[in-house]
Design a protein around this ligand. Structure first.
Ligand code: ISE
Length: 338
C-alpha cells in the first residue's frame, strides 16, 4: 500500500519535492498539499490530483494522510511538528527544524515524551554519494583520527533580502550538521571572521565569511561561506586525518577538451548539485515510514536542535567579538550516544 504523503509548503522547495514524490520516489502518493496561498497549493497538487488546502493543520492527523513533508518557512515549523508528534504522524522536515534552539528543544522534548522517533530533519548532504563515502572513510579509520575539515560552501548568488546572519543559519547550518555527523562529535564553539566583502556582494552583506567550528572532541573545521561567488554552486570538503586526507566536491562530470580549451561544468544551484541526495533521502524516509520507523541514518530532532544551537553561537560570534560557545543541554539517552 502506497504511503499517502501530505506536503506542507508549496514554494520553490515544496514544488521540487512534490515533483520528487510524484516522479522519483516509489511506494508513495502525494495525497494533500497545504499552503496559505491556496492557488499555489492547487497548482502543486494538480498533477497528482492531491487535495489542496490553505491550513496545514487540516492535513495533520487527517486519516487520508500517512506521513508529512514540511517544506514551509522555518518560522512556522514548530506548531506543525508538535501537531504531527501529537497525532503520531511521521515527518520529514526540511531544514531548519525550527529557527532557534529553544523552540527546537521543545520539539525534542515533545518527541521524547511521545516515546517514539517520528521526525527526521532534511540535512540531505548525509545522502550525497561523496559525503557518504567520506563518512565511510572516516569511520573506517583509514585516514587515522580526524584533525580538521576544510570546507568551501559557494553559491553563485543570493536572493534579495539574504542577510549576513542567514549565511550562518541558512547556509553554514549544513556544515554544522556535516561536521557533527562526519566527526561524530558535538560542536563546542563557533568563530566568525570576514575579509573585506566582495564587490559583487549586495550592499551591507558580509560576503564571504570564514567560520571556524571547534568540536567537543578537539577537531577544527574551517568553512568559507561565499554566497555571491558568481561562477556556480560549489560545495567542497577536505578531511585531514593523522594518516591521510580526502577531498570531496572537486568538480565532477566529464572533462571536456574542445577548440583549444579544457574544463567541465559547475552546477548552478543546490537542487541540481544535491538532487540525487534529496532523492535518496526521500526514498529511505518513505521506506522507513512504511515500516513504521524513522531512517536512523538521517538527522534526528536532536541533530536539528544541535544545529540550531550552533547557528545561534555563530550569529552571536558574527555580531560580537568573533567567537561564541555553543549552549547545549545534556543529550537525552532517547537519541543515543553522541
Ligand atoms: C539554501 O537554503 C540551502 O539549503 C543550500 O543548500 C545552501 O547552499 C544555500 O546557501 C541556502 O540558502
Amino acid at each position: 500500500k502506497d504511503l499517502r504523503v501530505g506536503l506542507i509548503g508549496a514554494g520553490r522547495m515544496g514544488a521540487d519535492h512534490a515533483l520528487r514524490l510524484e516522479k522519483r520516489i516509489s511506494g508513495v502518493r502525494l495525497a494533500a498539499v497545504a499552503d496559505p496561498d491556496l492557488g499555489r497549493a492547487e497548482g502543486v497538487a494538480e498533477a497528482s490530483g492531491a487535495r489542496a488546502v490553505a491550513d496545514p493543520l487540516e492535513i495533520i492527523g487527517d486519516s487520508a494522510v500517512d506521513a508529512l513533508v514540511i517544506a514551509s518557512p522555518g518560522a512556522v515549523h514548530e506548531p506543525l511538528l508538535l501537531a504531527a508528534i501529537d497525532n503520531d504522524v511521521p515527518v520529514l522536515c526540511e531544514k531548519p527544524l525550527t529557527p532557534d534552539a529553544k523552540s527546537s528543544l521543545r520539539v525534542v522534548e515533545a518527541e521524547e515524551a511521545r516515546g517514539k522517533r517520528l521526525v527526521q530533519v532534511g540535512f540531505m548532504r548525509r545522502f550525497d554519494a561523496e559525503y557518504a563515502e567520506l563518512k565511510r572513510l572516516l569511520d573506517s579509520g583509514d585516514l587515522g583520527s580526524p584533525l580538521m575539515l576544510h570546507c568551501a560552501h559557494r553559491n553563485a548568488a543570493t536572493p534579495p533580502g539574504f542577510t549576513s546572519e542567514m549565511m550562518i543559519y541558512d547556509s553554514v547550518v549544513h556544515e554544522f550538521d556535516t561536521a557533527r555527523w562526519l566527526l561524530d562529535s558535538e560542536i563546542s564553539a563557533v568563530s566568525v571572521r570576514a575579509p573585506r566583502s566582495s564587490s559583487a556582494a549586495p550592499e551591507g552583506l558580509l560576503d564571504p565569511q570564514m567560520v571556524t567550528i571547534e568540536t567537543a572532541r578537539g577537531a577544527l573545521v574551517d568553512v568559507e561561506i561565499f554566497v555571491n561567488c558568481g561562477f556556480g554552486y560549489q560545495v567542497r570538503c577536505e578531511a585531514v586525518g593523522e594518516r591521510g586526507t580526502a577531498l570531496i566536491g572537486a568538480d565532477g562530470g566529464p572533462l571536456v577538451h574542445r577548440e583549444g580549451r579544457w574544463g567541465g561544468t559547475i552546477t548552478e544551484d543546490f537542487r541540481d548539485r544535491f538532487g540525487a541526495a534529496f532523492d535518496r533521502e526521500f526514498q529511505r524516509w518513505a521506506d522507513a515510514a512504511r515500516r513504521g520507523e524513522v531512517d536512523r541514518t538521517a538527522a534526528s530532532t536532536w541533530d536539528g536542535y544541535a544545529a540550531a544551537a550552533a547557528c545561534e553561537a555563530g550569529v552571536r560570534a558574527q555580531a560580537g567579538d568573533g567567537r561564541s560557545e555553543v549552549d547545549l543541554v545534556e543529550r537525552p539517552a532517547f537519541y543515543g550516544r553522541t
